[in-house]
Design a protein around this ligand. Structure first.
Ligand code: EPU
Length: 425
């Protein structure tokens, strides 16, 4: 019998109080990667203390950077001297976002050796577009023994069209372009706020980036970047998750430090479902409805509804007063939470890439298992609303991306505690 860490939730408490939203993990990771581009220091503020950030810190240290927490949320990275060009299998296996070192390493050192990420719980997740873009900039790339070997004497600016607006792919190419010779144009680029945040940081480092937040990015490479300090944007997915938490528990939360302008699709859908979201001087007030209304959702690249909020929205819809259709268009296997939500009494049917959710009057607490970061969040949300006890095992998934989730929930009245759970072999 293996023992794993889990969460025990006694459902049924209305969440009331204030929560401060942390910095965005998915903006902090590329910012940390960008620090490799310069022979000097980068200071990042509002970095969430979550496991993926610690993993990336370890990766930067393996490459020779000196990384330290200066104070809570403030990370200083000194990449003056790099001693290695390898992102090893163990780290890439633990976190696919490790691929983000490929572009900056290649641009800075002329060489990089990065373990090829395998499949993952939510889909195959190829990285062909990252590699093709780098090749178009003049890199030579080979795959051997599970590793990507990339080299380039000097990357050259060029025009790159991305078949899909890949988020980390766009970020990798932006970083590579920052030290390339000439101008790189990335067409069909990702428009996510995290990409825009990286553009802002690169700008502070002396790179000219035009078009951030649009689908055409123009990056003018420089031979040397300068040290920069940057504050990471708030986590729009964490904010959305807390909005659902307020909604699903008929609670009343004040969210501090989040930006509604970066989460319009989510706010629109939550309002359709009956949740009130009201900007106030001190933050965003979120009030749950007496009855949740059903709404359909289709995940799309930004500014569409984010795939990273699909599972949490589905948890909300399990208790809506009707039928909702939730369609996942980004990842082919992102319905792992469905069978666990069913164990709690949800009525969900999957047809191809859509989940058809028929709202039920109540969920009942049950032992369930987390499978990936956002799926885990949806189980926590369902547990908060369910009657009785829910135990969620394998919460290491949750700890990868949510800063102090259990503590934040407990501070607004949730009955949640960390426990050890026995899991059969
Ligand atoms: N794709 C390709 N080829 C590529 C790259 C992507 O076919 O070379 C496909 C993917 O398979 C997928 C689609 O393009 O179907 C979009 O994937 P994308 O590359 O945009 O995803 P990502 O960059 O690997 C980031 C986030 C994810 C988030 C997605 C979509 C980071 C570190 N990760 O991943 O975040 O779901 O964008 O918005 O930024 C999470 O935080 O839980 C998470 C999974």
């Amino acid at each position: 019998m293996a023992r794993v860490r889990g969460l025990l939730i006694e459902g049924g408490e209305r969440l009331i109080g204030e929560v401060t939203i942390s910095g965005a993990k998915n903006a902090a990771l590329p910012a940390m990667a960008a620090s490799l581009l310069l022979e000097g220091k980068t200071v990042l503020e509002n970095v969430p203390q979550v496991r993926d950030i610690e993993t990336f810190k370890t990766l930067l240290e393996c490459l020779g950077a000196k990384v330290r927490w200066v104070s809570k949320g403030v990370l200083e990275i000194d990449a003056s001297a790099l001693t290695d060009i390898t992102a090893p299998y163990d780290l890439v296996k633990a976190m696919r976002a490790s691929i983000l070192v490929l572009g900056p390493l290649l641009a800075r050192a002329g060489r990089a050796r990065v373990s090829l990420p395998g499949g993952c719980a939510i889909g195959a997740r190829p990285i062909d577009l990252h590699l093709r873009g780098l090749e178009q900039m003049g890199a030579s790339i080979t795959l051997r023994h599970g590793y990507i070997y990339a080299s380039a004497r000097k990357l050259k600016g060029t025009r790159i069209y991305l078949d899909l607006p890949t988020v980390t792919g766009t970020e990798n190419l932006m970083m590579a372009a920052s030290r390339a010779e000439g101008v790189t144009v990335i067409e069909n680029a990702a428009r996510e706020p995290e990409v825009e945040d990286l553009a802002e940081l690169l700008g502070k480092m002396g790179v000219r980036v035009e078009g951030a937040g649009t689908s055409v990015l123009k990056i003018e490479g420089v031979s040397q970047l300068r040290p920069a300090a940057h504050r990471i944007i708030p986590d729009r997915i964490e904010a959305g998750t807390f909005m659902v938490a307020a909604g699903i528990t008929r609670g009343n939360l004040l969210l501090r430090g989040c930006r509604l302008d970066q989460m319009e699709a989510v706010v629109e859908k939550l309002r359709q479902s009956g949740i009130e979201i009201i900007p106030q001087d001190s933050g965003i007030r979120v009030v749950g409805p007496t009855k949740i209304r059903s709404a359909d959702v289709r995940t799309l690249p930004y500014p569409g509804f984010p795939t990273d909020m699909q599972a949490q929205f589905m948890a909300l819809m399990t208790l809506a007063n009707g039928l909702s259709v939730i369609t996942e268009t980004i990842f082919e296997n992102r319905f792992m939470h469905v069978s666990e939500l069913r164990r709690m009494g949800a009525d969900i049917r999957i047809e191809g890439s859509s989940a058809i959710v028929t709202g039920v009057p109540s969920l009942s607490g049950a032992p369930v298992m987390a499978t990936d970061l956002r799926a885990s969040a949806s189980l926590v949300l369902a547990g908060l609303a369910a009657e009785g006890r829910t135990t969620i095992s394998r919460i290491y998934h949750l700890e990868r991306g949510y800063e102090a989730l259990a503590e934040k929930l407990a501070s607004v009245g949730a009955k949640v505690q960390r426990v050890e759970i026995d899991e059969g072999a």
